[in-house]
Structure formats: C-alpha cells, structure tokens
Design a protein around this ligand. Structure first.
Ligand SMILES: Cc1cc2nc3c(=O)[nH]c(=O)nc-3n(C[C@H](O)[C@H](O)[C@H](O)COP(=O)(O)OP(=O)(O)OC[C@H]3O[C@@H](n4cnc5c(N)ncnc54)[C@H](O)[C@@H]3O)c2cc1C
Length: 343
C-alpha cells in the first residue's frame, strides 16, 4: 500500500494543517444542513477511539463551545438559535443547548468575567489539535509499513490496483465542480488568558471563533471568502480577526502572533462531501468544505467500507453499487459516476 502527497509529512500543504479542528456539529448547524450535523454528531463519538489507536498523543477536548455576542449585536442571537434548531438533530439540540445569564457566562469561562450579558453553552462539543493528528496519522501509516511518498505530486493516477483520490482542492482536474473557499486564521500565543473551550462570537460581518489549544496557543478564525486564492492573509482580515479577539478579551492585545495563515476549503456545489466510484478502480473522496475534522471518522469509514466492497467483489457494476448504497448508513454521500444521478 502506498500514499502519495505533494506536501511534506507534517501536512503543511493541506487545508487540514491550517484548520482550527473544532468538532462542533451544533454550532455549525448555524450554516450547515442536517446531513452534515448528523455526520458531525456521529463522528464526534468516534474520535476518542480513533485517537486511542494512534501511535502519538493527540490533544482532544470535549468541553463544549461557548457562544457570546456583544450587546449591540444581540439581533444575531435569535437567528443563530433558530438555525441550530432547524439544522441539528433534535436530540443534539435538546441535550446540548444551555442558555446562560451574564453571571453564568462568567462562571463557565471565568477569564471573560462579566463582559457578556448573555451566552449559550453547547456543552457536548469538542476540538482537537489538527497538527498532532496529522503527525500521528503519518506515524501510524509508517508503523503499518505503508510506502510513504511525501513531496510527490500526482497529476495522473498511479498504475495501482485501486486508487483513493483524496487530494482536496488539488483533485480539481479530475473533478471540475470542486471550488475553493478561502479561509484565514491567526495562531497566537497568549499566556494568562486561560480560555477553557472554543468561544464563538456572533457578529453581523465577521463571526469569529477563538479555539484554545495546549500551552496557551489560540487559533483565531476564520474568514470565508469565495475563491481559490492561496495568497497570504489580507490586512483587512488580520485587522478584523485580531480586533474581534481583542474585543472578546483585552489580554489578546499582548498575545504574540505566531502565524497568519490562509488556505482553501475544498467545496462541491451542494456543500456536501461526496464519495464517488468511477465505475472502475478509483474512489474519489472530497468536498469536506469547512467540516473535514468534524465529519472525518464517518466519511473515512464510509469510504473504507465502499473500497472493501469493491475489492471484495460485493460491488461489480452500477446495479450492485445501487443495492449496496441502499443499505449504507450515509447513502447520501455515495455516488457512482456511471449510474443514474443520485438525488
Ligand atoms: C481556515 C480553515 C479553518 C478550518 N476549520 C475547521 C474546523 O474547525 N473544523 C473542521 O472540521 N474543519 C475545518 N476546516 C476544514 C478542513 O480543514 C477541511 O475540510 C479538510 O482539511 C479537507 O480535507 P482534505 O483532505 O479533503 O483536503 P486537504 O486538507 O487540503 O488535504 C489535501 C491533501 O492532498 C494533497 N494534494 C493535493 N493535490 C495533490 C496532488 N496533485 N498530488 C498529491 N497530493 C496532493 C495536499 O498536499 C494535501 O495534503 C477548516 C479549513 C480552513 C481552511
């Protein structure tokens, strides 16, 4: 078995390297549909098992998401709440949405004090350290004697028995409908603030999150701009992200900027991930958009199961693909290029 990647072993060429790696299916319901939030909720339960199988430690936290807003932006709150109710599985919302008074916000996240008159705690959500995941995955592959070819660009499929193409936006030549949605994040070191969980700030123009990782590291993001522009972060984005963080906690004024990063989220027209069998020896897995970490366990497992069915002879043609797909949990993700279009 072999893996080819045009980037290095650390994953620095990927959207996965830049991401904040929040596992927040309920908070994401503000802009994601039910399929995505269901995938996210199921995946969140599986991350601890995935991490336990990795040969290196990975920071994983399930301490919830705190949502706050400044008094002037309170009109954003009911809209956000309505979207969560509409787009999240009802059990996720019922068991995972707690309204907080200002005093309760201060109790939940003491470093914010009484700065916010209200907030919501989504207590079940998680996050992890994306770069530790990438390192641990690479180490796991090496341990399993996978033939690793870093810094190797693939333009035409290698002559292999079976190919899984998961090149993100780099897979666009084989999948022209893919597009990039640019995202920018800052990484800062801010000792002494001590946020205990990701904080999301509702804002009409630039909604913001601050995701605390280990050792006083914070990922502050993220912009969402149509286009495949991989150039460095703009001054406007840096000003917006950093001033919004400063408004959440003035301690960010003394933070040290470690990185200002930009990358593009690989996105399909319906903003859903897809696993496509080309009818021969290739599976394409793509379109993870802004939810790659949040939904990875279930998407990867669906791709693995489909690959096994193809390699094991359970699927041989579009008809047997359709039968198999009908029994799959996440059938909405699965397509066969030469079958009738899947709705
Ligand atoms: C700013 C930002 C914040 C994000 N925050 C979150 C978050 O909080 N939670 C969450 O769940 N998701 C988040 N995401 C989304 C997540 O990062 C993506 O959904 C995910 O990384 C997509 O995974 P992928 O493997 O398809 O693509 P990528 O991560 O881009 O990986 C593609 C890989 O393919 C390789 N490749 C590309 N072309 C070729 C080629 N021709 N030959 C060989 N190799 C190639 C690349 O080097 C790369 O390693 C965020 C993304 C961004 C940009």
């Amino acid at each position: 078995m072999a893996l080819y990647d045009r980037g290095d072993a650390a994953g620095t060429q990927s959207a996965a390297w830049v991401a904040a790696a929040m596992l927040a299916p309920l908070a994401e319901a503000a802009s994601a549909e039910l399929l995505i939030t269901e995938l996210g909720a199921a995946s969140l339960e599986r991350w601890p098992g995935f991490i336990a199988d990795m040969p290196e430690p990975v920071f994983f936290q399930r301490n919830g998401t705190l949502v706050v807003w400044h008094a002037g932006d309170r009109a954003e709150a009911p809209l956000f709440e309505r979207r969560l109710r509409a787009n999240a599985p009802s059990a996720l919302f019922q068991n995972g949405f707690v309204k907080l008074s200002g005093a309760q916000v201060a109790a939940a996240e003491p470093s914010l004090g009484t700065r916010f008159p209200q907030g919501w705690l989504l207590p079940n959500e998680g996050q992890l350290d994306n770069r530790q995941v990438l390192n641990a995955l690479g180490a796991g592959l090496a341990e399993r004697n996978v033939d690793l070819h870093w810094n190797t660009t693939i333009d035409t499929p290698p002559d292999a028995h079976f190919v899984i193409d998961c090149r993100g936006l780099g897979g666009k030549p084989a999948w022209p409908a893919l597009r990039g949605i640019r995202g920018e994040v800052a990484r800062v070191h801010a000792p002494g603030i001590g946020l205990m969980r990701p904080v999301r700030l509702l804002h009409p123009r630039y909604p913001l999150y601050i995701a605390p990782k280990q050792d006083d590291l914070y990922v502050i993001g993220a912009t969402e701009v149509e286009g495949e522009d991989m150039s460095p972060m703009s001054v406007r984005s840096a000003l917006e992200l950093l001033s919004a963080a400063f408004a959440v906690h003035p301690g960010f004024g003394e933070a040290r900027i470690l990185e200002l990063n930009s990358q593009c989220r690989p996105t399909l027209p319906d903003h859903r991930p897809a696993i496509v069998w080309d009818g021969a020896r290739t599976l394409r897995v793509n379109g993870l958009y802004r939810h790659g970490y949040m939904i990875a366990p279930e998407v990867a497992d669906s791709a693995r199961a489909l690959a096994e069915a193809l390699l094991g002879g359970a699927i041989t043609d579009p008809d047997s693909f359709d039968d198999w797909r009908g029994r799959a949990r996440w059938s909405a993700l699965l397509r066969c290029e030469h079958a009738a279009p899947v709705l």
